[in-house]
Design a protein around this ligand. Structure first.
Ligand code: SF4
Length: 203
């Protein structure tokens, strides 16, 4: 279900903002209600990732096509949907042999010890999947994450209606926070506060 929102007063969220809300709902309040920006140091990793992406993009072209049935792709695609109130740039949109589309994102990181996609990256891919489906009007059944630090590794992230509802619930919660302007509860994860850029002003 897509919530009714005031398009003039509600911002279009990026996948990063959604993830920050999951990290702590107060991020939404500080950024979108109080309009206090956070520090930008984390951009280094993103920029570094993009650099390597440019190189790997060429190196892994054949690999991708063979392994996951890619017949075409667009690189660095800006996606925006006023209906979803979401926007973002996905590293690649892939056209698959079965007629469906799939987002792919490169991460400048190593795979985790359990050899699975980090939960935050799964959510990010599912946000892109939602955007791709709405923007292109084509089915998305999966997405991909490529971990490119050290040894290159590609993972599939399944996407279904339950996943999409899960994303929509998070979006509803974010918009409710912005519209009510009420300060949300703190994160229950105390460790998240240790390095938080808002810790000095968070009551
Ligand atoms: S200090 Fe803790 S509760 Fe406050 S915004 Fe940061 S993570 Fe959330």
């Amino acid at each position: 279900m897509i919530t009714e929102v005031d398009i003039n007063s509600t911002p279009m969220l990026t996948p990063t903002e959604v993830l920050e809300h999951i990290w702590c709902p107060r991020f939404t309040w500080f950024m979108n209600v109080q309009h206090i920006p956070q520090h930008e140091e984390s951009r280094y990793k993103v920029l570094k990732g993009r650099e390597i992406h440019a190189r790997r993009e060429t190196e892994n072209k054949t690999y991708l096509r063979r392994k996951i049935g890619v017949i075409d792709k667009q690189i660095g695609v800006y996606l925006a949907s006023p209906q979803l109130r979401l926007r973002g740039i996905v590293d690649e949109v892939l056209w698959l042999r079965d007629g469906s589309l799939a987002p792919l994102d490169y991460k400048y990181t190593v795979p985790n010890e359990r050899d699975i996609v980090f939960k935050t990256h799964q959510i990010q891919i599912r946000i892109y999947a939602l955007l791709v489906e709405v923007v292109y009007g084509k089915k998305v059944n999966k997405g991909f994450v490529a971990y490119i630090r050290g040894k290159y590794k590609l993972y599939e992230v399944p996407v279904n209606s339950e996943h999409q509802e899960e994303i929509q619930l998070i979006l509803d919660e974010i918009f409710a926070t912005i519209q009510s302007e009420r300060l949300p509860k703190r994160t229950t994860q105390k460790t998240h506060c240790i390095d938080c850029c808002y810790r000095n002003i968070c009551v």
